[in-house]
Design a protein around this ligand. Structure first.
Ligand code: SF4
Ligand code: SF4
Length: 151
C-alpha cells in the first residue's frame, strides 16, 4: 500500500510530506480581498518567489524571511485555511479524498498536473510587475477549477 493510503498526514516523514506537493503553484497565487464583503478572491498574480514556469518556490528554505505571510502547511492548519485549493494534495488527503488520478505520485508523471489544467504554469503574472491600479483586472476563477475525478 502506498504511504499516502497507509498513513495519516501527521504520521508521514518529512520526505513523504514534501513529496505530496504536486507542484501546481496554486497556493502561491496572491489572494485579493473584496473590500465590502471581506471575501478572498483568487488572482492570476503569483508570489514574487514563484517561478512561473517550473511553479516552484525559488527560495523555499529562505522563503519566510522574504515573504513573511507565506504559510507553511501542516496536518493541523490544512483543514483550517479556507483558501487552500480544493485540488491540493494535502487538503484532499485531510478530507479523505485520496490523491487524484492526475497527481504525479499516482500518474507517475509530473506533466499530468499541467496537461489536466491544474498547474498555473505559464498563466500567471509576477507580483512585482503588477501596477497598483491593475490588481482588479487580475481577479480570476480558473485557479479554483477542478478536473473530473476520473478520466
Ligand atoms: S496547492 Fe498544494 S499541491 Fe499545489 S503547490 Fe500548493 S501545496 Fe503543493
Ligand atoms: S514564498 Fe515560496 S512557497 Fe511561499 S507563497 Fe511565495 S512562492 Fe509560494
Amino acid at each position: 500500500m502506498a504511504f499516502w493510503e497507509d498513513k495519516t498526514l501527521d504520521q508521514m516523514s518529512e520526505t513523504e510530506w514534501e513529496s505530496l506537493c504536486d507542484g501546481c503553484g496554486r497556493c502561491c497565487l496572491i489572494k485579493l480581498e473584496d473590500e465590502d464583503s471581506g471575501i478572498l478572491i483568487t488572482s492570476d498574480v503569483r508570489c514574487k518567489l514563484l517561478d512561473g514556469d517550473s511553479c516552484r518556490c525559488t527560495d523555499y528554505p529562505g522563503r519566510k524571511a522574504k515573504v513573511p505571510d507565506c504559510i507553511k502547511l501542516t496536518p493541523e492548519n490544512v483543514t483550517e485555511i479556507k483558501w487552500i485549493p480544493t485540488t491540493c494534495a494535502y487538503r484532499r488527503l485531510a478530507e479523505g479524498k485520496g490523491l487524484a488520478w492526475w497527481h504525479p505520485l499516482v500518474s507517475g508523471d509530473p506533466q499530468t498536473v499541467i496537461d489536466v489544467g491544474v498547474s498555473v504554469k505559464g498563466r500567471t503574472f509576477l507580483e512585482t510587475d503588477v501596477e497598483p491600479g491593475e490588481w482588479e483586472e487580475h481577479a480570476v476563477d480558473w485557479p479554483e477549477w477542478e478536473p473530473p475525478e476520473t478520466i
